[in-house]
Write a protein that binds this ligand. Structure first.
Ligand SMILES: [Ca+2]
Ligand SMILES: [Ca+2]
Ligand SMILES: [Ca+2]
Ligand SMILES: [Ca+2]
Length: 429
């Protein structure tokens, strides 16, 4: 992994050669990261182990008894009980024949309690093959008790036993695990028992492939859910649902995404896969949340993205306030599959991170690229990855480094400075 200091000019820093790689072999494909405050946790699916990244880049690794394919695909770290201690949620969507489950590890100390990784609470998905745990996020407080909810996606959720009747085949969905439901729970429970399900409209929609739930998008002060369904629409153009957190918390019951919320974005063409990735932040620093949505299938697989500014109380976006993202690369680098809004330079404005792990560089396939644009009061209407206009970028030097496949931003670092931690995969020859 690579640690980049925060609060500095990344370009000047990279030119000075201060990057530091650590961690050795990348432990195979698919590993994921989660960060909060000064902690970064990594999941290694092949060894089904977890790592806690320490200051100085040392890695404290522990095996877990939580086995299953795609271990750690969903991974989130956050203070769910507002007690200053970090709780960890690990998604294992391949567990139980693809039904999936997540484990909540409540911290007994300020850091995740590594001695307790085999205990606490496990939450089971619904039906078979729903892949509950593909993505996990710590939301804002939707229910008004002062404690945040967790959201867990199951992008292949289908009609099933239990309370999720009426879900079309592979429609996908998101379970919102309510703070009130989780309180005092231990052992093994179903998602129904501690929360509610929201599911896609039609067969094969893939709702929940991406989600965001920690920011207020409607202007009422309560965090809202944004859910991507990249195979939704008539021909996989992709759709994005917005569900008001205030409305959901007032009546915490399961239901279809389309009736509990609204479709706020559709891909323009067949196979765009809009909503495969999305993120929320405040790019221009005006206090109103901004959203970026990716459509990695667009433009013949080049991919594209759209940044929507505003999202004020009056509506989803201000007219004319969109910025488009494009890529110079052919060969299906799928821009829009990996997006983030994080404040890298500490100026209070969210910076845009675009991961392009399939980027080819100097003949090296999948060398990868991470492109960064710093948030600001005004942006050009088109941001293009690969034409040298990014505010900062990092490109892989070897085939299959896959720079941009995963990253995390935390306050980890020397003397409390921030860090961007990102992965690179082992060079394959
Ligand atoms: Ca709550
Ligand atoms: Ca809201
Ligand atoms: Ca804004
Ligand atoms: Ca910033």
């Amino acid at each position: 992994m690579l640690r980049l200091p925060q609060g500095r000019n990344l370009g000047a820093w990279a030119a000075a050669g201060e990057s530091s790689w650590a961690g050795g072999d990348a432990e195979g494909v698919g590993w994921s990261l989660a960060a909060a405050a000064d902690q970064v946790v990594l999941a290694f699916p092949e060894s089904q182990s977890l790592g806690l990244l320490q200051e100085g880049l040392s890695l404290d690794r522990r095996a877990t008894d939580l086995h299953g394919e795609s271990f750690g695909a969903g991974l989130a770290l956050g203070d769910a009980e507002a007690d200053g201690r970090m709780d960890l949620v690990i998604g294992v969507p391949g567990r139980d024949n693809g039904r999936g489950r997540v484990r909540l590890v409540r911290a007994a100390t300020r850091r995740p309690d590594w001695s307790k990784l085999s205990m606490d609470l496990e939450v089971l998905g619904a039906g078979s093959g729903g892949r509950f745990g593909e993505a996990v996020a710590l939301c804002g407080d939707l229910t008004g008790d002062g404690l945040p909810e967790w959201a867990v996606s199951a992008p292949r959720l289908s009609a099933s036993e239990g309370a999720t009747v009426g879900v079309a085949s592979l429609a996908g969905g998101v379970a919102v695990l309510l703070s009130e439901g989780l309180r005092g729970q231990s052992g093994t429970v179903t998602a129904d028992a501690v929360g509610l399900w929201l599911w896609g409209s039609k067969e094969g929609e893939g709702a929940g492939a991406a989600l965001s739930c920690d920011r207020d998008l409607t202007g009422d002060g309560v965090a809202d859910l944004l859910v991507g369904a990249p195979l939704g629409g008539e021909a996989a153009e992709g759709i994005v649902y917005l569900v008001s957190g205030a409305a959901l918390g007032a009546e915490p019951t399961s239901g279809p995404l389309a009736s509990r919320g609204e479709v706020v974005w559709r891909g323009a063409a067949a196979g765009d896969w809009a909503g495969a990735a999305l993120a929320a932040g405040d790019v221009d620093g005006d206090g109103r949340s901004d959203v970026v949505i990716g459509a990695p299938g667009a433009s013949g697989g080049r991919g594209l993205g759209v940044v929507f500014f505003g999202v004020a109380a009056a509506g989803w976006e201000r007219p004319g306030s969109r910025v488009r993202l494009a890529s110079t690369a052919s060969g299906a680098p799928h821009l829009g599959a990996l997006l983030g809004l994080e404040d890298l330079d500490g100026d209070g404005r969210s910076d845009l991170l675009v991961g392009l792990p399939r980027w080819q560089e100097a003949g090296d396939t999948h060398a990868g690229r991470l492109a960064v644009w710093y948030g600001g009061a005004s942006w050009p209407l088109l941001l293009t990855a690969g034409d040298g206009s990014e505010d900062w970028s990092l490109t892989g030097q070897h085939a299959y480094e896959e720079i941009g496949a995963a990253w995390a931003v935390s306050d980890l670092g020397d003397e409390g400075e921030g860090a961007l931690v990102l992965t690179r995969r082992q060079e394959r020859r």
